[in-house]
Design a protein around this ligand. Structure first.
Ligand code: GRF
Length: 222
């Protein structure tokens, strides 16, 4: 058995995605170990979750840096000191600069609570509701120089219901986030991911087919 993938998780908020990755590493569905959790926010629930899980963690407060590049530099030092092989952004509310991208080429993933390329950026569950789309969902993608523009690894589609509001839709999307992020990380750990231009190819031997979904559903056939 090879050594476990060395993962860093960067998070600014509550850390439920972090928790799903902690759980995946401890129950063996992810063949990896979280070697450090970094937050830019001293009050992040993610730091408390790392502490509870006995995982090394640190706060690098972006407000202590006048230039973003200096913040990036400090984060890169923390990552390289820990020999990190995969950087996982899980609700990390800072933009990743060029220096950071160059330090970890093809080794930074992000999760976004919409079906990219629709609704990049912030407050996207509300944007999907306001637009009136029938589906939204979540996307795990590699990070490139744009905002939520990198090659897409896996997406989950979530229907939007007539009585949804931002909270109910966000909760339903989050449930899927917790399934697809650990899976994407495991594919990376297994070496199952290759890139063909922008298209991500998963070589995991699965021949399962994906069913189309229609919302609102067609009436039952008589
Ligand atoms: C998630 O919805 C993620 O997609 C978005 O921020 C939220 C983070 O939630 N980027 P949590 O901190 O993992 O609970």
């Amino acid at each position: 058995m090879g050594s476990k993938l060395r993962i860093a998780v960067l998070a600014s908020g509550g850390g439920t995605n972090l928790q799903s990755i902690i759980d995946g590493c401890s129950n063996g569905t992810i063949d990896g170990q979280i070697v450090t959790v970094i937050s830019n926010n001293p009050d992040a629930g993610a730091l408390a979750r790392a502490a509870n899980g006995g995982i090394a963690h640190q706060c690098i407060d972006h407000r202590q840096f006048t230039k973003r590049d200096d913040f990036d530099r400090a984060v890169i030092v923390a990552l390289t000191e820990n020999n990190v092989e995969l950087v996982v952004l899980a609700g990390f509310m800072r933009i990743i600069g060029d220096r950071f991208l160059e330090a970890f080429p093809g080794r930074i993933m992000n999760i976004h609570p919409a079906l990219l390329p629709a609704f990049p950026g912030l407050h996207v569950q509300q944007k999907a509701l306001d637009y009136g789309t029938r589906f939204s969902g979540c996307t795990v993608h590699f990070v490139d120089g744009g905002v939520d523009t990198g090659p897409i690894i896996i997406q989950a589609v979530v229907p939007i219901l007539d009585n949804d509001n931002e909270a109910t839709l966000s909760a339903r999307i989050l449930e899927q986030e917790h399934k697809i992020y650990p899976q994407a990380i495991q594919w990376f750990a297994q070496g199952s991911i290759t890139l063909n231009g922008r298209r991500v190819v998963i070589n995991n031997g699965s021949e399962k087919e994906v069913a189309a979904q229609i919302n609102p559903p067609l009436p039952d056939e008589q």
